[in-house]
Write a protein that binds this ligand. Structure first.
Ligand SMILES: Cc1ncc(COP(=O)(O)O)c(C=O)c1O
Length: 385
């Protein structure tokens, strides 16, 4: 029988060097910014790590024997994507992989297409890789933030080399549809680009009727031009363990990709492998219960935030990150406004749009409720109603 996971449990994270909690140490501000969750890992992951810890020796570590097969089986079962074990490259992080993918194509001065609103470390990739950024506008289509495909079609040029994609989209939470991805893939193929697709939030689809589609799974042409980054870290809340993988179907692209990290990007650590192996071996039910819990948090948040005059929140199709439109408040300093309200959010400006704040609802419901109460009070005080 499956154990019922208690996601309502409050876990004390102060005093654990948590990046999320340290920022507001000694204050009454609820940390709801960076994308990790306030939940314990599954009992199975904890047990696997304790068993490995008990061995007491933590030298250089190869990937576990069956881990590639676990990923191959998982991607086929969950996303109908057939990959080969030797397409996998293990990495200490998704962002390292996005950099390697960008650096291994073309040379300095070439252009990289990057969404105008995106997780900040992705936003800074073109500049850090000495490439020109071609900033692709995000447009709202029936309440979903998606890439402006017409803009891409009109602006791709002979200097464009790489497209950086984030699917599901962070922030905004859109799950790209087969039609949207198909059109994007056709443009990538027609212009001989490489797509670096960050799909780290793929197991966190909250909206019934939506499904994650890896862009590389669409056809062989796009597969050959793709580097897909995934990890167990967002789903199973192990971001501090530094483990991710790239799927690179084309052999020569894979060689170039690996070379781009040679001597710079460290190996994956023993607990990164160990937790990923345990997650993929045992985590389906935990993942299902998590999605159920996050969906309820999302439904509550969408209803309550939209009931506050001056705030708007579209449906978050995936992730545990709510992209709240605060533009009607006309705030000069949104971050300090919400800090003063007692809720620590991520400023939209860092992602590319200062009309928004991002709220992490990967935490017990009680904290989401407290955040809503504080926000409601601060906004109504401010608007004088
Ligand atoms: C879209 C996205 N990509 C990548 C990352 C970070 O991945 P990693 O820590 O493996 O580099 C995050 C973390 O929030 C994210 O939201």
């Amino acid at each position: 029988m499956n154990i019922r996971i208690n996601f309502d449990a409050e876990v004390e994270r102060n005093g654990t060097s948590s990046a999320k909690w340290d920022r507001y140490r000694g204050t009454d501000i609820l940390p709801m910014w960076v994308a990790d969750m306030d939940f314990e890992v599954s009992p199975e992951i904890a047990k696997a790590m304790q068993q490995r810890l008990a061995h007491g020796v933590f030298g250089y570590t190869n990937k576990p024997d069956n881990i590639n097969e676990l990923v191959v089986e998982r991607l086929h079962r969950l996303y109908q994507w057939r990959i080969e074990p030797n397409w996998l490259v293990w990495l200490p992080g998704v962002i390292s992989g996005m950099h390697m993918g960008t650096r291994c194509i073309g040379s300095s001065g070439d252009s990289v297409l990057v969404p105008s609103v995106i997780y900040p470390p992705v936003k800074s990739i073109p500049e850090l890789c000495a490439r020109n950024a071609q900033t692709v506008p995000m447009v709202k289509n029936e309440g979903r933030w998606v890439l402006d495909l017409d803009w891409i079609e009109a602006n791709i040029n002979s200097e464009s080399r790489v497209l950086l994609l984030c699917n599901p989209q962070n922030p905004g939470g859109s799950v790209y549809t087969g039609d949207e991805l198909g059109r994007l893939a056709d443009l990538v193929v027609a212009h001989d680009l490489i797509v670096c697709s960050d799909e780290v939030h793929c197991d966190l689809i909250l909206e019934p009727g939506r499904a994650h589609i890896p862009i590389a799974s669409l056809n062989q042409e796009i597969a050959k031009r793709s580097i897909t980054l995934m990890a167990s870290s967002k789903t199973f809340n192990t971001a501090g363990l530094s483990c991710a993988f790239a799927v690179v179907p084309d052999v020569s692209l894979r060689r170039r990709f690996k070379n781009a990290g040679e001597g710079i990007v460290p190996y994956v650590n023993v607990f990164g492998y160990n937790s990923t192996q345990a997650a993929y071996q045992t985590g389906d039910d935990w993942n299902r219960q998590l999605v159920e819990y996050l969906k309820a948090n999302r439904d509550y948040l969408v209803q309550e935030i939209n009931a506050i005059r001056g705030l708007k929140l579209d449906l978050v199709e995936a992730t545990y990150l709510a992209w709240i439109d605060i533009s009607d408040l006309g705030l000069d300093h949104p971050k300090s406004f919400f800090d003063k309200a007692g809720v620590g959010l991520s400023p939209g400006r860092e992602f590319g749009d200062d009309r928004f704040m991002r709220l992490n609802f990967g935490c017990p419901r009680s904290r989401v409720e407290e955040a809503v109460t504080r926000i409601r009070l601060a906004v109504s005080d401010y608007l004088g109603n």
